[in-house]
Design a protein around this ligand. Structure first.
Ligand SMILES: [Zn+2]
Length: 428
């Protein structure tokens, strides 16, 4: 159990988490459930005395999930798989074909092997690693595509979101297999398989939920504290990312009524799992005062019972020093690294040259064991850990919000900015 200086928010964190994960449950981008959580966040911010409240809509392709089954035709064995979001449905009877295993190496050769016609490809790897490989797979004569996320050795099916750029290239039914199911399929020498899936897309609106404590200084800077409202199509997204929303709301509780010099704005972004769509729309067209936003603190997946907390800094060496001094030295909170991952909502701000931090917590080198699975449920997260994350972040954000002069500039190093520009070109 964490030794919190202020444990008063723990019950509220639990109640926020239970609302998001049990009362509402899965919260896919563009779904009524995501909207309900956006409204909940605005309501909670209102209770806490925030102003300039609102839910800002933007269009997305909503995914309507459905069960998906892969059958080994010869043995009759049925495997529950997870249809890749935004991929095509099969006819009700499914699509059947010879199974062909494709290793990433085969693609590096430019798919220069024959006989793909009418077969079902099992790709040893995830679908999102290269746009070129993705395009080649979609344009190949394969009937359907199966993927194995090689980052995990799981017995359960994993889900993943899909970026809008990849959605436009989709031509086939696609499904994710658990590593252990794929292993068993290969080991048994399965020859013919049938994939049946019926998930589909529908145009809808997603939402960014916003509220703030206005700063007392007329020339106030704006600090954004954020998380994302949506979850993937497996599980209820307790850690990813109800924990981030609960941490942001806990920060609001801790910072309310403090009469801060600078504005602190709380945002629950929609459609993060479709590659930070909500935050991209926010900086692109919804915000009127982007030039005032000077710092972003984004929480994504912060609640693991056991693991290692990390703060990713996108800024300058001076920002890194500031965060390191506070988090690592003074608070003993996690480790501090320099980077700007495109798979979280601080990125679109960093890509505009706005410094920020992404606070997260992993159980493995870069991820956590229940990532994007049914195990990402309330059992996976610790309320104390969420409160502790908020407490550590508030030490920094509260300090910045009350200071006239900041110890770092509003910019990123040319190296980090260049990295952001590359991600923008390759992924968005
Ligand atoms: Zn997330």
């Amino acid at each position: 159990m964490r030794n919190l200086k202020d444990p008063a928010g723990l019950l509220q964190i639990r109640s926020d988490m239970e609302f998001m994960c049990h009362t509402v449950g899965q919260r896919l981008a563009g779904s009524p459930e995501e909207k309900r959580v956006a409204e909940y966040m605005v309501g909670r911010l209102r209770e806490l005395g925030a102003s300039n409240l609102g839910s800002l809509p933007f269009p997305v392709q909503r995914w309507i999930p459905a069960p998906a089954v892969l059958t080994d035709v010869d043995s009759g064995r049925r495997i529950e798989v997870s249809q890749v979001t935004h991929s095509l449905a099969t006819p009700p009877e499914g699509v059947e074909g010879e199974l062909i295993v494709i290793e990433p190496f085969d693609y590096e050769q430019g798919m220069r092997f024959d006989g793909l016609e009418g077969k079902i490809g099992l790709f040893y790897g995830g679908y999102g690693e290269s746009e070129e490989v993705f395009r080649q797979m979609q344009e190949s004569p394969l009937k359907a595509l199966l993927y194995v996320d090689t980052r995990y050795a799981t017995e359960w099916a994993l889900a993943a979101g899909m970026g809008e750029r990849f959605m436009r290239m989709v031509r086939k039914p696609m499904a994710n297999l658990s590593m252990m199911d794929a292993w068993a399929l290969a080991r048994s020498g399965a020859r013919h398989v049938r994939l049946a899936c019926s998930g589909r897309i529908e145009p809808a609106n997603s939402w960014n939920a916003v509220g703030e404590f206005p700063g007392s200084d007329p020339a106030a800077r704006v600090i954004v504290i954020s998380g994302h409202l949506d979850s993937v199509s497996e599980g209820v997204g307790a850690d990813d990312n109800a924990s981030g929303i609960a941490a942001a709301l806990e920060c609001a509780r801790r910072l309310r009524g403090k009469g801060l010099r600078h504005t602190v704005r709380f945002i629950g972004f929609g459609a993060e799992e479709q590659l930070s769509v909500g935050s991209t729309r926010y900086v692109g067209s919804q915000v009127a005062d982007l030039d005032r936003i000077a710092f972003v603190c984004n929480f994504d997946s912060v609640g693991a019972h056991l693991g290692s907390s990390e703060i990713q800094c996108a800024g300058t060496p001076a920002l890194n020093r500031y965060v390191k001094e506070a988090a690592e030295k003074r608070l003993g909170f996690g480790k501090v690294v320099d980077d700007a991952s495109p798979y979280q909502d601080m990125f679109p701000f960093a890509a505009r040259g706005i410094p920020g931090i992404w606070v997260t917590r992993t159980t493995h080198s870069t991820l956590y064991w229940y990532h994007h699975s049914v195990h990402n449920n309330l059992d996976a997260v610790s309320m104390e850990q969420i409160a502790w994350t908020a407490e550590a972040a508030c030490e920094m954000v509260g300090d910045l919000a009350s200071r006239e002069n900041w110890p770092f500039e509003r910019r990123l190093t040319p190296e980090l900015k260049g990295k952001c520009d590359r991600f923008l070109r390759e992924l968005f």
